[in-house]
Design a protein around this ligand. Structure first.
Ligand code: BGP
Length: 462
């Protein structure tokens, strides 16, 4: 079979985040974040009884883990810094143990030829900030700018690519609209304020970076869920437009074009849903902020159909205005996670970026498949995850096609390196190149990890 060759220097790696992989040990000085709190106090609601304390123990196991990354050929890894580990309380003091830990990790990675991609915020707001209003409070933006500056100062010499946020829509959407993440609020106007404040924080993070002499890059990681109206009837097309406007363009236009879409502002004004605290200075800052690199997380498409009944005032701003057509016949589903598998979307995303947001180099910063009860596929001591290899191959096929047509995509990171803790399901679904045995802590490479090594070596897929 012909090999599909990727561009020279392509980034092959994986992504993880601090809260999902590090764990804590007594004496590490880490402060509490919203996930430590929520997984302890709401454990029966979401986490299958498993808290953030039970992770893949990257904090203590990082040396061996970096060797494991090298063993499957990874040339890059994205992880995040835990804000509440680095700055554990409201005094703003830096935790020396955290500095020691992250410097050790990033140095080891560099020595092993694994480029550190470092994200500043992956959903894990320190509890001392959440208790004062979290992202609704402008003081959190100031605290974030301080935290970002500390990171650049302490680790700037070791990091190749910085990111201000992972999926900035999620804290607003899941935390303030869909009742999924702490603080479990359902209020559109508050969600809109949270999103705006996070965008301003992103801009201040970029500004803090621009004040340094660092030659690395700074960007952001977004989850672009491509929208496909379920039918060509006008109502479904309109619903698709609105879904794209609210979930994608609201954020992408602000970050990549420097302004909120006029249509969005008009709808929010019409329904009295504009966030109260948006200043002219903030809008000017958004207009002036440019990123160097964009990460795109892709898991599933958003199939959209119109509501059956007319939306009422509340309904317009409820998640029911537009929604996934879960009953759509013929969808290929990942039943473990309840989401559709649609690799063609990676091509569509690339085309959309080229068309609507040209000029910014990008990479796939997360893509992967979470599978329940994966131990059933263990044979000869190894998870035989042929389904994951197929999934990755199919996605890489469409990515390759877009690159061939000129899309400026620089790399591909799989979610994730070792099976890790998940926000909603703890360890129910497994995503890693390495299997984690929760009982013993043992980590063993899966068939997909071995396959990935060949892909990296060839810089190609079959
Ligand atoms: C992304 C998050 C990751 C990770 C991944 C897998 O949206 O950035 O942190 O969790 O989704 O999803 P899940 O863990 O919900 O199955």
């Amino acid at each position: 079979m012909t090999k599909l060759q990727f561009p020279k220097g392509f980034w092959w790696g994986a992504a993880t985040s601090a809260t999902q992989s590090e764990g804590t040990v007594p004496g590490d000085g880490k402060g509490e974040n919203i996930w430590d709190y929520a997984s302890t106090h709401y454990r029966n609601r979401f986490f299958n009884g498993v808290t953030t304390a039970q992770t893949s123990r990257f904090y203590v196991d990082h040396e061996a883990d970096v060797e494991r990354m090298a063993a499957i050929g990874m040339n890059s890894l994205r992880t995040s810094i835990s804000w509440s580990r680095l700055i554990p309380d409201a005094s703003g003091q830096v935790n020396p143990e955290a500095v020691r830990f992250y410097r050790a990790v990033f140095s080891q990675m560099k020595a092993a030829g694994i480029s550190p991609f470092v994200n500043l915020f992956h959903f894990d707001l320190p509890m001392y900030l959440q208790n004062e209003g979290g992202w609704e409070n402008k003081a959190t933006i100031t605290a974030y700018a301080h935290y970002a500056a500390v990171c650049f100062e302490q680790f700037g010499d070791l990091v190749d690519h910085w990111f201000t946020f992972n999926e900035p829509m999620i804290p607003a959407e899941a935390g303030y609209l869909h009742d999924r993440h702490y603080p479990f609020v359902v209020d559109f106007k508050r969600a809109a304020q949270v999103l705006h404040n996070i965008i301003v924080a992103h801009c201040q993070g970029v500004a803090a970076f621009r004040q340094t002499q660092l030659t690395s890059t700074i960007g952001i990681i977004m989850d672009v869920i491509p929208v496909y109206p379920r039918s060509q009837n006008p109502a479904d097309l309109k619903a698709g437009e609105m879904a794209d406007l609210f979930y994608t363009r609201s954020l992408n236009d602000a970050i990549l074009k420097g302004r909120y879409p006029e249509e969005l502002v008009a709808v929010l004004q019409k329904y009295d849903q504009m966030p109260g605290a948006v200043t002219a200075d903030e809008l000017a800052l958004i207009a002036d902020t440019k990123i160097d690199l964009l990460g795109i997380n892709y898991y599933r498409p958003r199939r959209v159909k119109a509501r059956e009944s007319e939306p009422n005032r509340e309904g317009v701003f409820s998640p029911e205005w537009f929604f996934d057509s879960y009953d759509m016949p013929g969808r290929r589903m990942n039943t473990s996670r309840g989401i559709e598998i649609y690799p063609e979307a990676l091509y569509d995303i690339a085309k959309k970026l080229d068309r609507d947001y040209p000029g910014v180099p990008w990479f796939v910063s997360e893509n992967g498949i979470g599978i329940q009860d994966e131990e059933q596929f263990i044979k000869d001591g190894m998870v035989q995850d042929d389904y994951r290899i197929e999934f990755l191959k199919e996605h890489l096929y469409y990515l390759h096609k877009a690159i061939q047509e000129g899309s400026h995509c620089l790399g591909y990171h799989m979610w994730t390196f070792v099976d890790c803790w998940s926000w909603m399901n703890a360890y129910k679904n497994r995503y890693g190149f390495y299997r984690l045995d929760l009982a013993t802590g043992e980590k063993t490479v899966k068939k997909s990890g071995q396959w990935f090594k060949q892909v990296v070596a060839a810089n190609a897929i079959d």
